[in-house]
Design a protein around this ligand. Structure first.
Ligand code: SAH
Length: 205
């Protein structure tokens, strides 16, 4: 598939399961009708409500970096279109995804069902608090940029687990930060400059 060869493998993504997932997930099922003809373009796309579906390469990169395994339970913050959740669901046992915009939570849930994914649970909530009932998670993928790493997410990560999160101010270049939890110590590394939509907070807080 051209998208995977040119945009993803060419830029260094090597995990065969990630490449297979990127080939198998039908990205056009997750984007709104008005941008369907651009579904496989090398860029983010608008999905309404001021939000975007990330560039395919970024989705592949974030998926590879958490080192997903078939028995993993993964938490995603920012379901958006549902596309990243679908890519994860191709590889891992179960994906729990949280979305703060109610219409997008509904959209993601519908699209994931339509595409045949039964191992994804979608919840409408402020993802700052993670999803405690299903914690701890083997890995966490955050797809909105936060000024800091929410402490509840670190708490809900398994010992030895990995989290990938864009950190920085809205509408500026942010850093994709890889968090590795080892007992009481948490190691963080900046691994790629990126631009994500902001991590928003529920109004009552
Ligand atoms: N992973 C998505 C990318 C969506 S963009 C995809 O594959 O399409 C980021 C998403 O994060 C947006 O839908 C936005 O509404 C959501 N978001 C922002 N702040 C959030 C928060 N505090 N909790 C949950 N979702 C949030």
């Amino acid at each position: 598939m051209e998208m995977v060869d040119r945009q993803i493998e060419n830029r260094g993504v090597r995990d065969p399961e990630v490449l297979r997932a990127m080939r198998d997930v039908k990205r056009h099922l997750f984007v709104p009708d008005r941008v369907v003809s651009h579904a496989y373009d090398d860029r983010p796309l608008p999905i309404g409500y001021g939000q975007t579906i990330s560039q395919p390469y970024i989705v592949a990169f974030m998926t590879e970096v958490i080192e997903p395994k078939p028995d993993f339970r993964v938490l995603e913050i920012g379901a958006g279109s549902g596309y990243q959740a679908a890519v994860l669901a191709e590889i891992v046992d179960h994906v729990y995804t949280v979305e703060i915009v109610p219409e997008l939570a509904e959209w993601a849930e519908r699209r994931l069902k339509l595409a045949g994914y039964e191992n994804v649970s979608v919840k409408h909530a402020d993802g700052y608090h993670g999803w405690k009932e299903h914690a701890p998670f083997d890995a966490i993928v955050v797809t909105a940029a936060s000024p800091h790493i929410p402490p509840p997410l670190i708490e809900q990560l398994k010992d030895g687990g990995r989290m990938i999160i864009p950190v920085g101010s809205p509408f500026r270049t942010q850093q994709l930060v890889l968090v590795e939890k080892r007992g009481e110590r948490t190691r963080t590394r900046n691994i790629l400059p990126v631009q994500f939509v902001p991590f928003t907070r529920a109004e009552e807080e």
